[in-house]
Design a protein around this ligand. Structure first.
Ligand code: NAG
Ligand code: NAG
Length: 643
């Protein structure tokens, strides 16, 4: 009897279980039906997206590129990341402090609507999305919002939010540009916009500015390439938004590629005859595209850039750049836009004539698609960010192409306060530069290593694998760096770096080094006495013209202003005026100014007091004595052997 009762109880329990399972199955069916109905509605509804969870209606709109795709042939060894394929990702809360960038691989939480107790129905994806996200997190204090915003994106996103996605600028082009005639049959362009955790408003303004300004007949497509963004607004909300824009496609990488890799990926998918790489926070002036396409149509080996104007990162005001300007780099392999007032005479008379440029910045750069591929795309060994535009510049010039700035084309770029995300380690930049130096600079690379000692020490312990790039260089028959320096960029001063006459200028009395405060690298300023950096940033070079060259460009010379030693642009004429000439007496360590026959003395803040006033700190000219504050030597940080 007892046994029977127990058996019956077991049977009843099994039955309950079955009923439960059946119920569950029915509920699941009903739910999936509901979801499907939502999908059908989305097909009929062309109005702005309201439900971020809808699937994308257009096939081929969004391609998730598994970077193992052999079609890409990027030479990258890549592990795919699953989480990107989950289009349900609604937003990614920044759980970590904003200062710490989110960890790279799969460290973000997936939060679906409804599963988050705090959030009600998600807001429609207006261009206020990012601001809202930030505001909900930090709604306590307005000030705090702005501050964290600047930290998150590197500019004032709250201001950017308040500005229309379709704003117009004042005309800044030269009047002669307005009358320019362009060919009727220009090549078609694919505009490639790579982004990584870009703010919503700046990214979308970049897309709309291209759509609004590029003539339809020349704009093949816009390819938005997501370089593994983590911010939630760049996931399904962006997919939704883009699905309503004609001619815009979204490609998502499954691996962090960096600027060069991301652009190469876009280029591999592009169909236009010309590739136009545009940073994800740009705004184009009317008529910017035609002059670029015209120059490329005339010569398919030309790589061109507009004049890059600046959008102020605090106010989002448009600041026009002074023409003429061209791109250059210094011996630390940092890029600069240089105002260029000594144009060759034949180019001087026209404000619409393109100007040949030794290098181009990465903001906006356009070139023929076939030429881009045949000249070696971007170096896949250059990671994340930094050095890629220098590498491209040297390679294009050395391997048969040319570069120029086209003045009738103007695009503005948000001048970041700082890089909106941190490099995983600070050595990435140096490793990139090492690749550039070892691949392209031949023996001249020593000059670079003396001015970037971190790169030197990294290079001592490891060698970059540049086998492929050297093979490319050989197969393209590229010219050497000496040719580049003499033909393309003769204005770059070639340091002599003689032993015992170059290095950090070390003062015995103060145990400090001669320095020029940051920000004066290009135009000069008052020399100071500062702790020795050891990085190569204080490198000096006393050359055979008796000039003491200072700074990464080698274009500044030690000069005097009254009793003060300053750095000012070196004279072009030879022989150098005696005001810029110095003599170093090795025995006494004295550095003598030729014209005045006075010695350089280091004076620290609040140092020597004279009868009536406190003497200013810095490098001062004084009657020569044998005190240690007038004793100097050139400290070589990098032994000239080896790399
Ligand atoms: C833009 O111009 C304004 C006014 O001339 C100036 O104050 C500001 O610093 C400029 N911003 C940049 C980024 O150059
Ligand atoms: C360098 O790269 C090439 C191809 O990219 C490869 O074949 C070679 O094994 C690599 N060399 C080293 C030392 O890793």
């Amino acid at each position: 009897m007892r046994l029977w009762i127990r058996a019956a109880a077991v049977r009843r329990r099994v039955l309950c279980l079955w009923l439960l399972l059946l119920g569950f199955a029915l509920v699941t069916l009903a739910l999936s039906d509901l979801l499907n109905r939502d999908q059908d509605q989305s097909h009929q509804n062309p109005s702005p997206p309201r439900r971020p969870l809808q699937r994308i209606p257009r096939p081929d709109l969004e391609i998730i590129v598994d970077s193992r795709d052999p079609a890409l042939e990027l030479g990258l060894n890549i592990a795919p990341l699953k989480s990107l394929q989950e289009d349900q990702l609604l937003f990614v809360p920044s759980t970590q402090g904003i200062k710490n960038p989110p960890k790279r691989k799969g460290s973000y939480k997936v939060i679906l609507t409804g599963s988050n107790k705090d959030s009600t129905t998600p807001a429609p994806p207006t261009h206020g999305e990012v601001g809202k996200e930030v505001q909900t997190q930090l709604r306590d204090s307005e000030k705090k919002v702005e501050l964290s915003d600047v930290q998150k994106f590197g500019f004032n996103e709250v201001i950017s939010e308040s500005i229309s996605l379709h704003r117009r600028f004042p005309e800044v082009r030269h009047p002669e540009c307005l009358g320019e005639q362009y060919s009727e049959a220009l090549p078609s362009a694919s505009v490639i916009i790579c982004f990584h955790d870009e703010a919503w408003s700046t990214l979308l303004r970049t897309v709309h500015t291209v759509l609004d300004s590029a003539p339809k007949q020349y704009l093949q497509e816009i390819l938005l390439v997501d370089d593994l963004s983590q911010h939630g607004h760049l996931k399904s909300v962006l997919s939704e938004y883009v699905s309503h824009l004609d001619g815009v496609r979204l490609i998502r990488s499954t691996k962090r590629l960096g600027v060069g890799g991301c652009r190469s990926l876009g280029a591999a998918r592009a169909a236009g005859e010309v590739l136009v790489f545009v940073d994800s926070h740009c705004e184009c002036q009317k008529g910017w595209l035609e002059p670029l396409l015209e120059r490329i149509a005339q010569d398919r080996t030309r790589v061109v850039s507009p004049i890059m104007d600046v959008i102020d990162w605090q106010t989002f005001q448009y600041n026009a750049t002074q023409w003429p300007v061209r791109g250059v780099f210094d011996w630390r392999l940092d890029f600069h836009w240089e105002s260029y007032h000594h144009l060759p005479d034949k180019e001087q008379d026209s404000a619409v004539q393109p100007v040949s440029s030794p290098a181009l910045g990465g903001g906006v750069v356009a070139m023929d698609r076939h030429f881009f591929h045949s000249v070696g795309a971007y170096d896949p060994g250059i990671l994340l960010w930094g050095g890629e535009q220098i590498e491209l510049s040297i390679r294009v010039w050395s391997c048969g192409g040319s570069m120029e700035v086209v003045p009738c084309s103007r695009v503005a770029h948000v001048g970041h306060h700082h890089l909106p995300y941190l490099l995983p380690d600070q050595e990435v930049l140096q490793r990139n530069k090492i690749r550039v130096a070892d691949t392209w600079m031949d023996a001249f690379r020593k000059i670079f290593y003396r001015r970037d000692t971190l790169a030197h020490f990294i290079r001592q312990s490891e060698s970059p694998n540049i086998t492929e790039r050297l093979r490319l260089k050989r197969s393209l028959g590229c010219r050497n760096f000496h040719w580049y320096l003499t033909t393309v960029y003769p204005q770059l001063y070639i340091p002599q770096d003689r032993p015992a006459l170059s290095g950090e200028l070390y003062n015995v009395g103060t145990s400090s080094c001669a320095d020029l405060p940051r920000g004066h690298d290009l135009h000069g300023g008052v020399m100071v006495i500062a702790p020795c950096s050891g990085t190569g940033s204080q490198h000096c070079d006393l050359n055979s013209d008796s000039e003491v060259r200072f700074g990464p460009m080698g274009a500044l010379c030690l000069d005097v202003d009254g009793e003060r030693v300053v750095a000012s642009p070196c004279a072009k004429q030879r022989p150098t005026s005696s005001r810029l000439q110095w003599k170093f007496i090795k025995l006494s360590g004295q550095l003598v100014h030729q014209q005045s026959q006075l010695c350089v003395e280091a004076v620290k803040e609040g140092g020597v007091t004279h009868s009536t006033h406190t003497s200013p700190a810095g490098l001062l000219l004084r009657p020569c004595t044998h005190q240690p504050r007038q004793q100097w030597h050139f400290e070589q940080l990098v032994a000239p052997k080896g790399a």
